[in-house]
Design a protein around this ligand. Structure first.
Ligand SMILES: [Zn+2]
Length: 384
């Protein structure tokens, strides 16, 4: 066997199956795209749940853990990896480029929502899951049109185009979405009432149970839109309490909605906001709220047996440190920035396909690994 032929074949296989990082920052040979192998059908999950703790670096996790009696649900994960969070135009990513790397496997510029560096719409894992006949959903503690959820469903040049992003929700068949931002749907400059249009498309639409989520009644025969607030949802410290019950509802709803499986993205958005505010107690309360939702999702996955759960962050926020003099009951936080940093970000995985997430890799590899776990084949290509 000629070794050169073998090497050439392997190279062709790699380049055919994985997107080439186009970032100038990705020229290090150590960051070459991984070989994508197929998982045997029996080893694949039916459901994939991606939980994103926005701004959640290792110090945010540590502060949450020590403040919570030295325990987090994150300790239940058997597989841990690290990802490199930089975007195509900046070592320091923002949430839009960070989420687009997860949703579509492409490094893009800060601010980009589901589009590549040239502004071309990308085909997201949520759209592909939908096209493959799976149920899809998103839950967030920010507005639903905010950068992280937006990058899974919308295709806009800038993250601040909230009304166009809301309109993009109508172009998909997403089965459930829960988050803030009602005003971008029903008080728009173009005069459209997207909530009415959603009802016409078969959604049950409800709103404003932000602090009393258990009162939400669910019609399992319809898709579900639930808008928790007009603009940004409250913080935990202000009384927001829906992330865990909404995450449980989403798992349960999508599981009942479609027996083929589902893709669900859940975001704890305000760990990041605590970092921007350089506020330790804001970070810790949001971190623990997110970890509670992680625990509930793990409970579902353990019972189900066919669910892959991945927890990660888009980036760290604040350059957060736990300084000398801190105790478990009293964290003395220090910050180097009121923006994001470029530190490596942990990835936790549980369930069928979890082993794929060990190691150190690009943030875009999380998309590749989720497709691999689902058994989605070949290049992802948009149908429309
Ligand atoms: Zn941020």
């Amino acid at each position: 066997m000629n070794n050169w032929i073998l090497i050439s074949c392997l190279f062709l296989l790699q380049t055919a199956c994985t997107p080439t990082p186009n970032a100038s920052l990705a020229k290090n040979p150590a960051t070459a795209p991984p070989v994508i192998e197929e998982l045997a059908p029996a080893a694949r999950p039916r459901n994939v749940i991606l939980l994103i703790g926005d701004g959640m670096g290792l110090t945010q996790i540590s502060a949450g853990l020590y403040s919570n009696g030295d325990h987090l649900n994150l300790e239940r994960f058997p597989v841990i990896g690290l990802h490199k969070s930089y975007s195509s135009d900046n070592l320091i990513t923002d949430s839009a480029a960070g989420a687009t790397a997860f949703s579509a496997g492409k490094k893009t510029y800060n601010g980009a929502i589901g589009v590549d560096p040239e502004g071309k719409p990308l085909y997201t894992i949520l759209e592909e899951a939908d096209d493959q006949g799976l149920a899809t959903g998103m839950v967030t503690t920010s507005t639903i049109v905010h950068a992280t959820p937006a990058a899974f469903i919308a295709h806009e040049a800038q993250r601040t185009y909230y009304e166009p992003i809301a309109r993009d929700f109508l172009d998909t068949d997403i089965d459930l979405f829960i988050g803030g931002g009602k005003k971008y749907f029903d008080r728009r400059e173009d005069g459209r009432d997207l909530l009415q249009e959603l009802r016409q498309k078969g959604y049950a639409v409800s709103s404003f149970l932000e602090t009393n989520f258990k009162d939400l009644s669910v019609d399992y025969s319809k898709k579900l839109t639930y808008l928790t607030s007009d603009s940004d949802p409250l913080s935990v410290e202000q009384g927001r309490d829906y992330l865990t019950p909404a995450s449980i509802l989403a798992c349960d709803f999508l599981d009942k909605f479609n027996s083929k499986g589902f893709f669900l993205m859940i975001e704890g958005a305000q760990i990041d906001w605590g970092g921007h505010a350089n506020n330790s107690s804001y970070i810790i309360t949001e971190m623990l709220d997110f970890d509670k939702a992680v625990g509930a999702v793990l409970d579902f996955a353990e019972k189900d047996g066919h669910t892959l759960v991945i927890v990660t962050a888009d980036h760290e926020t604040g350059g957060y440190a736990i300084n000398p003099g801190s105790t478990r009951d009293s964290i003395i936080g220090a910050f180097t920035s009121d923006y994001h940093t470029a530190t490596l970000i942990p990835v936790f995985a549980y369930g069928p396909g979890a082993q794929l997430f060990a190691g150190i890799y690009e943030n875009t590899a999380i998309y590749d690994k989720m497709r691999q776990a689902f058994g989605f084949r070949g290049m992802a290509v948009r149908k429309n």
